[in-house]
Structures are given as structure tokens and as C-alpha cells.
Design a protein around this ligand. Structure first.
Ligand code: UD1
Length: 372
């Protein structure tokens, strides 16, 4: 069975790593990897391939950055001839980025079976580009692999037949568990003057709703400055956010010690260093989806700077609180999180590091081989 996996953006790389590793152990499977090139910077892409031991892609579509319509269209146009050449039995897509939806549309119209990993998550907020991508991808996919119970409910409500839905767990947590010895051995603490620092926080921001709206962005950064009076907040800056930052932030040079307080910007970090940093953080403030999940497993308090989450299990079974972006609320919630240890809860169901195994087992069972 030829399985063509598609990745495009940073979180996709984390999710595909355990799946490719699992497929490499199955003699029945011939894996093919397509990178759309949605993320292309060395720190957003190459560093993740290296840290997660992902084989070099068989095809790189090099679509780069553009408007949503153009980026989606470029992936579709460049992916179609690849599909004609490879003629896979299954196209496997992960997550909710533009590349996920674009590849799904092309494969579905070619009559090729599509498996969607991380299906069924819903924020019920269609102003998020990812929500549109999720809805379209799930409507077209044949096998929907879900990470949490809420997704099963969402897909049933949308009329997706239950036999297409497979509750398998979370491949992002597979990746976190598989690489634990590596990120535990990260030298970031020694290399970057963090060894003597007893308390710091980590910040990530990249959602268009937060960073492209000047008022909202000012409100968030103001709150972060206030929280950073109490402990240093390390902020690895996503490329889309860099132009929006003024000079009010401190920069953490690669060779210098961490300042004792303040919002401290640094370049995007590699996967292993980033997870290592989060694992010892006193608090994480983020608008990412995956980081809500990782902090849940790492037992680190997470404040989600959004009005909603498509991952409610991280609130009910984890350390996540969804708090919006009002300045006073962020400051109050951060103070609370810094003084109250989160309850120690068992992980969400099936977040046990075996999701990739279940997915590959299901693909093999469901496959209808096409004639060569
Ligand atoms: C994308 C995903 C988002 C995911 C995020 C992880 C969509 C709709 N969004 O958002 O769901 O959480 O990736 O990071 O697919 N840029 C670079 N170098 C890069 C990549 C991007 O400089 O390697 C800059 C470009 O200016 C680009 C901007 O970042 O215009 C946004 O990149 P894009 O891939 O469009 O969306 P993300 O914000 O990264």
C-alpha cells in the first residue's frame, strides 16, 4: 500500500514524525512524503525535520507564503501532478493548515482515499482560517482520526457516518513521548544562561486574530509586559509577528544570560529546545493549539489567549485555561497560575504514545488497493 503523506507547516512536521516512523516498520507500506513548502525558513522547517528524524521529502512543492487563496491554489496546482505520478492508495493529511485542506481537495477529486489525522476539532469560530480548513477537510476525508471525545461528537453532529471516525489518541503526544530522552538532554539551559534561573514563563503568539489586529496585539503585549515584571517571559517570535514588534521588548542574545525579568524575545526555537523550555516553565501563555496539548501532558499551567479552544479536553483533563485577551484578565490569571499548582490529573484518554500505531493499523485494515 502506497501512503502519500502531506506536510506544510511547523505543527504538521511534529505530527507526521511518529506516523512515518511507524510506517517505516510495516513491510506492507510504501511511504511517500510531500512537503508543500508552506513553511520554508530553516528554523520553521529544516530544524524540525532534523530534530524529529523525518526523512527528506520525496517532493517539495515550494509554495511559500501568499494570501490564503493563492497559497491554497498553489498547493492544489502543484500537488495534482505529484498525485498523478505517485498514484497512492491513501493520502494522509494532518492538522488544519492550508496545505491540509488543499491536498485533501485534490485527492478527493481524484477519487483517492484520504485519511485526516486530528479530525473533528471545532472552535465554532469561522473567522479562524483553521476552522474553515477543518470543516472542508473532514467533509471530504474517508478516515477521520480523532484525538478526543469532543471531536467524535462534532463529527456526528455534522452527519459524518460513525464508521469513518476512529478515536485513536494524539500523535503530537506520541512525538513528545518518543523524543523525551532527546529533549530532556537539551543543552538550551546551559547554552543560554538558564541554569541558575529558578522561574520563567514561555510565550507564543501567531494567530492572525491576535497579531494582525493592532488593538488586540497592543492589549496582549501590554499584559505580557505587566506579567513580566514578576518573572522573565521568553518569547520565541514567529516570523509573521516579527514586523509587528516595536523596540519595547528585550532581545535574548544566543550567548547572553536571560534577563531577570521582562518580555524577552528570541528567534523561533527548534522542537527539542522548545519542549525542554516548556517542560520546566512556571507558566505558558499561548494562542497555539498544539501547545495546549503539550502543556497538558507536561503538567505546566497554560493560559490560552483566545476566546475559545477546539481542544476542550485540555481544559477538562489538563492544565489549560482559556482566558481571552483582556489585559487585566491575563494579569490576574497569570498571578493565580503562578501561585497555585495545577491538580495532577491522568492524561486524556488514549494520549498514551500509541496513536500512530492505531492509525497505521486502521489504514491497513481499510485499504482497498488500486490496480497498479
Ligand atoms: C500556519 C497555519 C497555522 C499554524 C501555523 C504554525 C494556516 C492557515 N495557518 O500559520 O494553523 O498554527 O502555521 O506556525 O495554514 N513566514 C516566514 N517563514 C516561514 C513561514 C512563514 O517568514 O517559513 C511568514 C510569512 O511572512 C508568512 C507568514 O509568516 O506570510 C504566515 O505564514 P503562513 O504559513 O501563511 O501562516 P502561519 O501564521 O505560519
Amino acid at each position: 500500500m502506497r501512503v502519500l503523506s502531506v506536510v506544510g507547516a511547523r505543527p504538521n512536521f511534529v505530527k507526521i514524525a511518529p506516523l512515518l516512523r511507524e510506517m517505516a516498520e510495516r513491510p506492507d507500506i510504501e511511504p511517500v512524503l510531500v512537503h508543500t513548502g508552506q513553511h520554508y525558513d530553516a528554523r520553521m522547517s529544516d530544524a524540525f525535520f532534523e530534530a524529529l528524524a523525518i526523512p527528506a521529502p520525496d517532493f517539495n512543492l515550494a509554495v511559500g507564503s501568499a494570501s490564503h487563496a493563492r497559497q491554497t491554489a498553489e498547493v492544489m496546482m502543484r500537488f495534482e501532478p505529484v498525485l498523478d505520478t505517485v498514484r497512492p492508495d491513501v493520502v494522509l493529511v494532518v492538522g488544519d493548515v492550508n496545505s491540509t485542506m488543499a491536498a485533501t481537495l485534490v485527492a478527493a477529486k481524484h477519487g483517492i482515499r484520504v485519511g485526516h489525522v486530528e479530525a473533528g476539532l471545532r472552535s465554532f469560530d469561522r473567522s479562524m482560517p483553521e476552522e474553515v480548513n477543518r470543516i472542508v477537510t473532514d467533509a471530504l476525508a474517508n478516515d477521520l482520526f480523532v484525538t478526543e471525545e469532543s471531536a467524535v461528537v462534532n463529527l456526528a453532529r455534522e452527519g459524518i457516518p460513525a464508521e469513518r471516525v476512529h478515536f485513536v489518541g494524539n500523535v503530537m503526544i506520541d512525538a513528545l513521548r518518543l523524543t523525551r530522552p532527546l529533549w530532556e538532554a537539551s543543552t538550551i539551559f546551559a547554552d543560554r544562561g538558564l541554569d541558575g534561573v529558578d522561574r520563567y514563563g514561555v510565550v507564543t503568539l501567531h494567530r492572525p486574530a491576535n497579531v494582525d489586529d493592532a488593538h488586540r496585539f497592543r492589549e496582549i503585549v501590554g499584559a505580557l509586559h505587566a506579567v513580566a515584571q514578576e518573572l522573565p517571559l521568553i518569547f520565541p517570535v514567529h516570523p509573521r509577528v516579527r514586523p509587528r514588534l516595536d523596540d519595547a521588548q528585550t532581545t535574548w542574545p544566543r550567548s547572553g544570560p536571560l534577563p531577570p525579568r521582562g518580555l524577552v524575545c528570541t528567534e523561533p526555537l527548534g522542537y527539542l529546545d522548545f519542549v525542554a523550555l516548556v517542560s520546566r516553565a512556571a507558566i505558558v501563555l499561548t494562542d497555539s493549539g498544539g501547545i495546549q496539548e503539550e502543556t497538558t501532558i507536561l503538567g505546566v499551567p497554560c493560559l490560552t489567549l483566545r476566546e475559545n479552544t477546539e481542544r476542550p479536553v485540555t481544559v477538562t483533563h489538563g492544565t489549560n485555561r482559556v482566558i481571552g485577551v483582556a489585559r487585566s484578565r491575563i494579569v490576574d490569571e497569570a498571578r493565580f497560575a503562578l501561585t497555585h499548582r495545577p491538580a495532577s490529573l491522568p492524561p486524556p484518554p488514549l494520549w498514551d504514545g500509541r496513536a500512530a500505531t492505531r492509525i497505521v493499523d486502521t489504514l491497513i485494515r481499510a485499504a482497498v488497493p488500486v490496480a497498479a
